[in-house]
Write a protein that binds this ligand. Structure first.
Ligand SMILES: [Zn+2]
Ligand SMILES: [Zn+2]
Length: 185
């Protein structure tokens, strides 16, 4: 499966949103407008209406639904959740070739509130993953004790850790130390 740039963008934002939640972060890191602004900057989400407290509430509510998709045991469990997400908004599909990308469909109107982009465009990206039989690409980090989620966009589905600079490295260092201990004993 080849992911279009928008799908990569949307799915990465979904995982980042889920990882602001108490389950992944230990506390709710989406605790107000500054945190939501930081989320949109970090994920290069532009074109949405100016953010308000209602957007914080909408993003937190959607975050729980997104998390449920990652936790779904199979497509049958994921489908009702994804349908509920995309069913929240009236989609405004339109073809666009913004920023030099080939023609593709956006599902929320330009300037729509952030929650509409999350529900429509991120929701449709999740719907396409389920429809393609690729739900297993949405999963939890394999590092012990890490509750973060990840989207495996690699060609051969080999990604295991939420962030190779933290969890991946942490495990590599632990394995290296274990080998050295064995060699020394
Ligand atoms: Zn686009
Ligand atoms: Zn991790």
């Amino acid at each position: 499966m080849v992911f279009a740039h928008d799908a990569v963008h949307a799915l990465t934002a979904v995982a980042d949103l889920v990882n602001t939640g108490p389950a992944a972060a230990g506390a709710d890191r989406l605790d107000g407008l500054p945190a939501l602004r930081a989320f949109t900057v970090r994920n290069r989400i532009g074109g949405a209406a100016p953010l308000t407290d209602a957007d914080v509430a909408a993003a937190r509510a959607l975050r729980d639904r997104f998390h449920a998709v990652f936790r779904a045991a199979d497509a049958a469990a994921a489908v009702p959740v994804v349908n509920e997400i995309v069913g929240r908004v009236r989609p405004a599909p339109r073809l666009t070739d913004h920023d030099g990308h080939p023609w593709h469909v956006h599902f929320s109107a330009p300037g729509a509130p952030l929650g509409e982009w999350l529900a429509a465009d991120c929701g449709m990206a999740l719907a396409h993953v389920v429809a393609a039989g690729e739900l297993e690409r949405l999963r939890g980090c394999a590092a012990p004790g890490c509750e973060r989620v990840l989207v495996d966009l690699s060609r051969n589905r080999c990604r295991r850790y939420c962030d190779s600079r933290t969890c991946g490295n942490r495990l590599h260092v632990a394995a290296y130390r274990a080998r050295r201990r064995e060699a020394a004993s």
